[in-house]
Design a protein around this ligand. Structure first.
Ligand SMILES: [Fe+2]
Length: 533
């Protein structure tokens, strides 16, 4: 379907033509930056402008990318769209003024998917910047910028950042503001894009709705609230994103079909499977994902592989949907094996599910890329939090809670002996660098992989800051720990991986205080383990 419309620039808070591109973007964001209920009120009265939630792109390949938007003129009041499908036009160009359009088309935005739009553009050139926009009637979306992946076989350097945990009520998105100014090829979100509970706020950003979300309407309003932030819109419009989720997009600490608290009616509306289906649908509706990720009932296949030339193979993981319930946290000392409780060591318990695990091991075993990247949710390397050498207190909710399952992945990595596997992780709202040992017993053995854990964008709010370098008796494989907020910027060449921990001083102060690099680590290709530089 080829439709090209001429339309006039929209008038409205989010709708200035082209405001999401170029140097002028920063100024405009600064003007929009005051956070608080006044901005929510402003967004409520934006009239009929449908592109209030911005635009996004994602999952780049050498020849294509996914473009996303959602029509929602009244984002906090059910979207404000009629209960029938509507055509949305899209264009993609090689220049930021949209003069040289290379592809265009139209798609239907349907009420069953919240009038969200997912366009899988093909026929693009590798490693090239493009600009895109949507239109409906006389209204145009902001212009977004995106980039295709490298050509097959290319080992050109790539620069990206990863983020996680962006609790809207806990803090301001200063980190996103600075992330939008980074010169990156793409970005990765490792989950906790939204939080599902009610929340008051010390920064004037209380949660909408004001209760735990369980209905599809509630999930949509919560996504709309988060996406009303101009800095979050900015980062989505600046480069393509590789998205995965953690627990809070659905329900805190859920495991497969088990909610956090099976006895709590709020967790089961009317049952957890149907709540999970609504949460997964809302996630799909708000993310730049391909049709392969279209949910079917309570299932959505989010784990997938992206090939970024010959430089990097990315395995995007989903450690929530298929996991077994967590093992009981404690047991008698006499029962412990190498510090672990037998229930934790049960080989039938899984964090990935058997299909994802087979896929992951096969992908790692056959990869010919210079680097293998696992885009992961919860900490992967062991982390012993108990000083008693006979007791290893491992987080029951992390990979540590599923050591037998993890060992199969570790064995696959070790068997190849390439030393080029890097795990990036979110979840814990703090920065850590951990060398990955070959098992959960010999934490001081030669590492077989490297894990970079990134802090939260805002979750947790401001706290007393603490930064330490190096390991300790409990965790000799630890290289760095810190609890600033921010993001991790990675520069990857065929020979060297560099991770820069970019931090902001506060997420509560209105003045963002700038961004700085707190610490940088490198991994040499072929030699697992991080070195501070
Ligand atoms: Fe989180």
């Amino acid at each position: 379907m080829e439709i090209l419309r001429k339309s006039t620039p929209p008038v409205g808070l989010f709708g200035r033509r082209g405001f999401l591109t170029g140097a002028g973007a920063t100024l405009l964001y600064a003007a929009l930056a005051p956070h608080g209920t006044s901005r929510v009120a402003a967004a409520r009265s934006i009239g009929d402008y449908p592109f209030t939630l911005g635009v996004a792109s994602g999952d780049p390949t050498a020849t294509g990318v996914v473009l996303w938007t959602r029509l929602a003129p009244k984002p906090f009041e059910g979207g404000g769209m009629p209960a029938h499908p509507l055509a949305v036009q899209w264009q993609i160009a090689t220049d930021e003024r949209m003069n040289h359009i290379v592809h265009r088309g139209a798609v239907l935005a349907v009420p069953e998917l919240g009038h969200s739009v997912h366009v899988e553009v093909e026929g693009l050139e590798p490693s090239r910047w493009y600009w895109y926009r949507f239109s409906h009637g006389n209204e145009e979306s902001p212009i977004g910028r995106t980039k295709t992946g490298p050509a097959v076989g290319s080992v050109e350097a790539l620069k990206f950042a990863f983020v996680s945990c962006q609790h809207y009520a806990n803090g301001l998105y200063h980190a996103h503001k600075h992330l939008a100014e980074e010169n990156l090829d793409f970005a990765v979100h490792l989950g906790d894009y939204i939080y599902e509970g009610p929340a008051t706020s010390v920064v004037g950003r209380p949660h909408l709705p004001d209760h735990e979300i369980t209905s599809i309407e509630d999930y949509r309003i919560r996504y709309a609230l988060y996406k009303s932030d101009p800095y979050l819109q900015a980062v989505h419009a600046r480069f393509p994103w590789i998205m995965t989720w953690d627990d809070h997009e659905t329900e805190n600490d859920y495991a497969g079909f088990l909610p956090e608290n099976a006895a709590d009616p709020a967790d089961n509306q009317p049952d957890f499977a149907s709540r999970r289906a609504r949460a997964y649908q809302a996630y799909y509706e708000h993310m730049p994902l391909r049709a392969e990720q279209l949910p079917t009932g309570p299932d959505l296949q989010l784990y997938r592989q992206l090939q970024l030339g010959a430089l990097m193979q990315v395995q995007v993981l989903d450690t929530r949907q298929y996991r077994s319930h967590r093992a009981p946290a404690n047991c008698a000392l006499a029962e412990r094996v190498n510090g672990y409780c037998p229930t934790a060591l049960d080989p039938t318990r899984t964090i990935e599910g058997s299909a994802q695990q087979s896929w992951l091991i096969e992908s790692l075993t056959t990869s010919t890329a210079r680097w293998n990247l696992l885009a992961n949710q919860v900490p992967f390397a062991p982390n012993d939090t108990n000083a008693d050498p006979l007791i290893r207190t491992f987080g029951g909710e992390k990979w540590d809670g599923y050591p037998a399952d993890r060992q199969k992945v570790l064995d696959a990595i070790a068997a190849r002996g390439l030393g080029n596997t890097v795990v990036i992780t979110g979840d814990v709202h703090a920065n850590f660098v951990r060398n990955v040992p070959p098992d959960h017993i010999r934490l001081d053995a030669e590492p077989i992989a490297t894990e970079f854990i990134g802090t939260s964008i805002s979750t947790g709010g401001d706290r007393t800051l603490a930064t330490t370098f190096g390991g300790n008796a409990n965790n000799p494989h630890l290289r760095f720990s810190d609890n600033h907020h921010g993001y991790v910027r990675c520069t990857v060449t065929p020979e060297l991986w560099r991770s820069d921990y970019r931090v902001v001083p506060s997420v509560v102060q209105a003045d963002d205080g700038g961004v700085s690099t707190l610490a940088s680590f490198v991994v040499e290709q072929g030699k697992a383990g991080a070195e501070k530089i």
